[in-house]
Design a protein around this ligand. Structure first.
Ligand code: AMP
Length: 631
C-alpha cells in the first residue's frame, strides 16, 4: 500500500503524471493530448484532446466481461416493484430511450431536462442523454413549479422527460400539473415532453407536445444507437444548486474529467470492486445521486440499487433487508436518514445478515458524534465514513481514502483532503493561509480544481469567477463557503457556512430563495429566513415576517391561518423541501443602521446562543420580539 500522504502529495506536485495514470481507468476513443490545461485560470480543462463517452464507460464497456451481471437494481416499496437489469438489459433500455430522443431531434449539445421520481426510466434517461452527448439537467422531483420554471428557463431544454407522478408513503404525488404550470411560467418552451405513465395519476397529454414513452419505446425495441464520442471538455450535465441569491446556479460538469474522477473514487475512496453492489440512498435530483446512484458504481462495473421509498416503510429494516438480499458491499446515505432510523427499533439493525457490507459512507451535512456512534455500534463496528463535498465538486473534497491506505476516522471530522484537492484554510479578512493547528478559517481549494469539479456556471462564466474565486482577498482561490479547522493530524472539522445557505436534511437551500417566495404573498411586507439547528434534520428554515395588514392578526388562530397560507405559497412555488418549519409574525426585523438584515443574530437567538456584538443594530426591540416568540 502507498502511504496516503505521498499519494496526495503526488496528485498536487506531480499532477499530470498522477492524473494520466488515473485516466487509464477510463476507455477513450482518442487518448488525451494534454492532462490539464490551466492557461486561463480559474478555468481548468482536463484531458484535453481526449474523446470519450460517459455512457460507454458506464454501460457499453462492461458488455464484454459482465453483460449478464446485475447493473441496475430498481426497488420501489411505494409501488411494490423490484426489477434487476443486467448490463445487457440496461444497454438495450438506454438505446431505446436514446432512440426516442433522437427521433425528437436531440443531438450533441442539446439540453434535456429530467423531472422524474426514482424509477429506472430516470436512469435510462440520464444515460441516454450521455450516450447522445446531450446535456441533461435533472431537477429534484420535490421541487414545485416556480423552482422548475427557473431551471427550464436557464437550461432551455429541447425536450423534457417526466412522469405522471412520484409516490411518497404509498400516496401518489402528481408531477404533471407542476410541470405543465412550470412550462407555462417559463419563457422557454420545450418542443416535446416524454411522459412515463406509471398510472399513478391520470393526466391529459398536451397535443403535439407530449409523447408517450411506452408507445415510443415499443417502436425501438431493437434500435441501435451508438455512443457519440465527445471531447473530454464537452459538458455532460448541469445541476442546479442554491446560493445566496434567489437565482439558482447551473453547475456545469465536463465529460472526461468527471468520468476519470468517479472511476478513480470507486477503488480509492469507496473500496468498490467490479461485480460488487453499491447502494446509495440519495435521489437522482442531487449530486450524490448523479455520482453514486448512477455513474460512479456503473463505471466501476458494480451493480447499483435505485430505491424509491421511505427508509421506514414497511419498517425501519427495509434498507438492511436490501443489503442482505443484494449482498451490498458499499452503502452511502446521509446523517439525517440515520437519525430517522435511530427512532426505530434497534433490533432491526441486527435482524439481517450484513456480512457483505464493508462500510457505510455518509455525506451532505455534518455527521454528529451521537449519530455516528449509534450507527457504528448498531452495525457491529462497521466502518462509518464521513464524506464532505458539494454539488460543485461532484465527488468528495474531504474523507478517509481507505482504498489507498487504511486510516482511523475521528468522530466529528470528515477526514483529510482527498487526492487532487489542494485544500487551504485562509483568513477571510486577509486571505492569509492558516497553517497552524486548530485555527479557524475558510476552507478553500487552490486551482486547478481536480477533475470532475464544475467547469463553470452554465451560461455565466463571470458569475463562476465572481461567486467562487473572488471572495478571498488577494487570492484567486475557490471558496467552499464553509468554516473549518484542521487539527495537528491534518483532520478537518467543518464548522458551518460563511454565507446564507442552509442545509435541511442534507438538502442545500438558499434563504434568499425562500424569502423571495414568502414575499410574493400579498400580505407579506418583509421577511427574514434563517436556518435553525434541529435534532433530526440538522437545520430547519424559520421565517420571521412582517405583515402588510396586521388588522386581522389579532390572535394566534388568525396568525396560524396566515402562516398556513405562507407555507402553501412556498410549497407551490419551491416545493415542500423549502417550507419553513414556522412563520412567526413580528412588527420589525433586526437590521444594521445601513439596513442589512442581521440574520446571524436572529439565528443565534433562535438557537438560544449569544447574538454577539449588537452595536450596529438599528432597533434592539426587534431582536427582543423574536426572543419572546421563540419557545
Ligand atoms: P450540497 O452542494 O447540497 O451537497 O451542499 C454542500 C454543503 O453541505 C457544504 O458546503 C457543507 O456546508 C455541507 N456538507 C456537505 N457534506 C458535509 C459533511 N460531510 N460535513 C459537514 N458539512 C457538509
Amino acid at each position: 500500500m502507498v502511504a496516503y500522504a505521498d499519494f496526495h502529495r503526488r496528485s498536487i506536485e506531480d499532477r499530470d503524471a498522477f492524473w494520466s495514470e488515473q485516466a487509464k481507468l477510463v476507455e477513450w476513443e482518442t487518448q488525451p493530448q494534454q492532462i490539464c490545461d490551466y492557461s486561463n485560470p480559474p478555468f481548468a480543462k482536463w484531458f484535453v484532446g481526449g474523446k470519450t463517452n460517459l455512457c460507454h464507460n458506464a454501460v457499453d464497456r462492461h458488455l464484454k466481461d459482465r453483460a449478464d451481471q446485475a447493473a441496475l437494481i430498481f426497488v420501489s416499496t411505494e409501488t411494490n416493484q423490484e426489477h434487476t437489469y443486467s448490463f445487457r438489459d440496461l444497454h438495450a433500455e438506454v438505446q431505446r430511450m436514446a432512440a426516442i430522443l433522437k427521433d425528437l431531434g436531440v443531438t450533441k449539445g442539446d439540453r434535456v431536462l429530467i423531472y422524474m421520481p426514482m424509477i429506472a426510466e430516470a436512469a435510462f434517461a440520464m444515460l441516454a442523454c450521455a450516450r447522445l452527448g446531450a446535456i441533461h439537467s435533472v431537477v429534484f422531483g420535490g421541487f414545485a413549479s416556480h423552482s422548475l420554471a427557473t431551471r427550464i428557463e436557464d437550461a432551455s431544454p429541447k425536450v423534457i422527460i417526466s412522469a405522471d407522478a412520484g409516490s411518497r408513503g404509498g400516496k401518489g404525488v402528481p408531477y404533471k400539473p407542476l410541470l405543465d404550470e412550470a412550462i407555462k411560467l417559463s419563457a422557454h418552451k420545450p418542443a416535446n415532453v416524454i411522459m412515463v405513465d406509471r398510472k399513478l395519476a391520470a393526466f391529459t397529454p398536451v397535443a403535439g407536445r407530449d409523447v408517450d414513452y411506452a408507445t415510443e419505446r415499443a417502436k425501438h425495441m431493437d434500435t441501435v444507437v451508438p455512443c457519440e464520442w465527445v471531447e473530454s471538455t464537452h459538458p455532460s450535465y448541469t445541476l442546479y444548486t442554491s446560493g445566496t441569491t434567489g437565482k439558482p446556479k447551473g453547475v456545469q460538469r465536463d465529460t472526461g474529467g468527471y468520468t476519470v474522477a468517479l472511476a478513480s473514487s470507486i477503488p480509492h475512496i469507496y473500496q468498490g470492486k467490479p461485480g460488487g453492489t453499491f447502494f446509495c440512498t440519495s435521489d437522482i435530483g442531487w449530486v450524490v445521486g448523479h455520482s453514486y446512484i448512477i455513474y460512479g458504481p456503473l463505471i466501476g462495473g458494480m451493480a447499483t440499487i435505485m430505491y424509491e421509498g421511505l427508509p421506514i416503510r414497511p419498517d425501519g429494516g427495509i434498507w438492511w433487508s436490501l443489503v442482505e438480499k443484494y449482498k451490498v458491499n458499499v452503502m452511502f446515505s446521509a446523517p439525517t436518514a440515520i437519525r430517522v432510523l435511530k427512532k426505530q427499533d434497534p433490533a432491526l439493525l441486527t435482524k439481517y445478515d450484513l456480512s457483505s457490507l464493508q462500510a457505510l459512507f455518509l455525506a451532505g451535512e455534518p455527521l454528529d458524534e451521537p449519530t455516528a456512534k449509534w450507527i457504528s455500534e448498531g452495525l457491529n463496528g462497521k466502518a462509518i465514513i464521513d464524506n464532505y463535498w458539494q454539488t460543485e465538486t461532484g465527488w468528495p473534497i474531504l474523507t478517509i481514502c481507505n482504498g489507498v491506505e487504511k486510516a482511523p476516522s475521528k468522530f466529528g471530522s470528515p477526514g483529510k483532503a482527498v487526492y487532487g484537492y489542494n485544500v487551504k484554510l485562509v483568513d477571510d479578512q486577509t486571505g492569509e493561509e492558516l497553517t497552524g493547528a486548530n485555527q479557524k478559517g475558510v476552507l478553500t481549494i487552490e486551482g486547478p480544481l481536480p477533475p470532475g469539479n464544475l467547469q463553470t456556471i452554465w451560461g455565466d462564466d463571470k458569475r463562476f469567477v465572481s461567486t467562487y474565486w473572488n471572495t478571498v482577498p488577494n487570492k484567486l482561490v475557490y471558496s467552499t463557503f464553509d468554516w473549518a479547522v484542521r487539527d495537528e493530524d491534518g483532520y478537518f472539522f467543518i464548522l458551518g457556512r460563511t454565507d446564507d445557505v442552509i442545509n435541511v436534511a442534507g438538502h442545500r437551500l438558499g434563504t434568499r430563495e425562500i424569502e423571495e417566495s414568502i414575499s410574493s404573498h400579498p400580505n407579506i411586507a418583509e421577511v427574514a429566513v434563517v436556518g435553525v439547528a434541529d435534532q433530526l434534520k440538522g437545520q430547519v428554515a424559520m421565517a420571521f415576517a412582517i405583515a402588510k395588514d396586521t388588522s386581522g392578526l389579532t390572535d394566534d388562530a388568525a396568525r396560524k391561518v396566515l402562516e398556513a397560507e405562507v407555507m402553501k405559497v412556498v410549497d407551490s412555488q419551491l416545493g415542500a423541501v423549502a417550507r419553513p418549519s414556522r412563520v412567526i409574525f413580528v412588527t420589525s426585523l433586526p437590521k444594521t443602521r445601513s439596513g442589512k438584515l442581521l440574520r446571524r443574530a436572529i439565528q443565534a437567538v433562535c438557537e438560544k446562543r449569544d447574538p454577539g456584538d449588537l452595536t450596529t443594530i438599528d432597533d434592539p426591540t426587534a431582536l427582543q420580539q423574536i426572543k419572546d416568540q421563540i419557545v
